[in-house]
Design a protein around this ligand. Structure first.
Ligand code: ATP
Ligand code: MG
Length: 419
């Protein structure tokens, strides 16, 4: 038997209702905040991700699904959405008539990581991005929207961590101080961090290796190196979050793995998922649009890990499961022919109906109705055909009412609309 690829998964009925509910709550909230959906391709030229995410990141170094197509062009299954949204913003000159744009997108991402709970090779993200707004108020608004989504999804065990990564003016000074700190402790750092000291020393700050964490525990903080503008920006973000009653914690170690971030950066962490504690992450990436060939444009966004979110939502799965409204138990050929017509007419009227199409006994049809958790069973056997009245049985209360066979669909619609 052919099995699915390691790290990939099926989302089956029973689980998928939860995904649909999360998606619909997210869509409606984001649209209330003025975000428009954008749908972007699953594959892009490798160069797009290599340039935007950065050559010296885990994603580009070792996680991307990259392959040459039949003509030898290097393509990559997207590991994240931001690069594509930026590409699209630039390619369609969306900055021209109105540079302020708010987008959201929902879909699969691909990273070749070690599969484990909360970590897959195809996983899903819900993304939101804002272009053209430099003000710190939008940072706070975006985090507020994210916190509201978690609230609407009855997620309780989450905490927002925020930090500022500074800008091209103040980061070099910090990098130098950090490098000096690391150089003094080089022998205590893991081989990845030793290498990072050359390429991307900031990433040593969130290395998960315990000895590195210990060696880095007194590392200099970016917050002490912010220039006046970055400092003022961060103060306004924090003040606005307080006014909006969004609880948060300043986390000076928070750096995140992608190269393109600047200033405000944030992560939503949960205690409910063990090692995979990040449910969402985001931040400002003011330099990216320019770097990919567009005009100087401020930008900020976040990505929610859908798979991890689905694990921690407080929604009741049983309430979301859709059950048939009616199972028609029909006996005899004439009744079955009627049942088939009714089935189609009731389905298109929004009354979800099932029928037995195999001509089974009443007993096995009732069994089938029970297995499917049908709310009502409509019984039409020879007796009912003779009297001209079918029987509608409420499976929960066992109450029964007679429904005339002539004009039955209208009769049922009447009964359902009165409920
Ligand atoms: P992590 O530290 O867990 O590897 P990350 O920093 O690589 O996360 P981002 O690139 O910020 O993750 O992506 C945003 C969110 O997407 C994460 O917070 C997480 O919830 C989710 N995510 C990332 N990688 C995976 C994965 N392999 N499987 C499932 N969800 C993931
Ligand atoms: Mg990762």
């Amino acid at each position: 038997m052919i099995q699915l690829i390691r790290g990939f998964k099926d989302i089956l009925p029973g689980e998928v209702e939860l995904w649909q509910e999360i998606e619909s709550i997210a869509r409606s909230l984001f649209e209330d905040f003025g975000f428009k959906e954008i749908r972007i391709p699953i594959m892009e030229r490798t160069e797009l991700f290599a340039r935007s995410i950065g050559e010296n990141t885990d994603i580009v170094e070792k996680e991307m699904y990259t392959f040459p197509d039949r003509k030898g062009e290097l393509l990559t299954l997207r590991p994240e959405a931001t690069a594509s949204v930026v590409r699209s913003y630039i390619q369609h000159k969306m900055y021209a008539d109105n540079p302020v744009r708010k987008f959201y997108t929902i879909g699969p991402m691909f990273r070749r990581e070690r599969p484990q709970k909360g970590r897959y090779r195809q996983f899903y993200q819900i993304n939101a991005e804002v272009f053209g707004v430099a003000s710190p108020y939008i940072d706070a608004q975006l985090i507020f929207m994210l916190a509201t989504l978690f609230e609407r999804l009855a997620v309780t065990d989450v905490k927002a961590h925020i930090n500022s990564l500074g800008c091209p003016q103040c980061r070099p000074g910090f990098k130098a101080a950090l490098l000096e700190y690391m150089t003094d402790r080089m022998d205590r750092l893991c081989s990845d961090c030793k290498r990072r000291s050359d390429t991307n020393p900031l990433r040593a700050l969130d290395c998960k290796v315990p000895t590195c964490r210990e060696a880095m525990s007194d590392a200099p903080s970016l917050l002490d190196h912010l220039c006046a503008d970055c400092k003022a920006h961060f103060e306004t973000v924090k003040g606005s979050l307080e006014k909006l009653h969004v609880p948060f914690e300043v986390d000076k170690r928070l750096v995140r793995g992608l190269d393109y971030y600047s200033r405000t950066t944030f992560e939503i962490l949960t205690g409910s998922l063990g090692a995979q504690s990040a449910v969402a992450g985001g931040g400002r990436y003011d330099g990216l649009v320019r770097m990919l060939g567009g005009p100087e444009t401020s930008a900020i966004g976040f990505a929610i890990g859908f798979d991890r979110l689905a694990e921690i939502v407080g929604l009741n799965r049983a309430d979301l499961e859709k059950k048939p409204d009616i199972f028609i138990a029909a006996l005899g050929e004439a009744a079955q022919e009627l049942a088939f017509d009714w089935n189609c007419a009731l389905d298109i009227a929004g009354i979800q109906t099932e029928t037995d199409m195999a001509g089974r006994s009443l007993k096995s049809q009732m069994k089938q109705a029970n297995r499917m958790n049908a709310k009502y069973v409509l019984i039409v056997g020879e007796n009912e055909m003779a009297t001209g009245e079918a029987v509608l049985r409420n499976m929960a209360t066992k109450e029964q009412v007679a429904v005339p066979i002539a004009g039955l669909v209208e009769g049922i619609k009447g009964i359902f609309s009165a409920m």
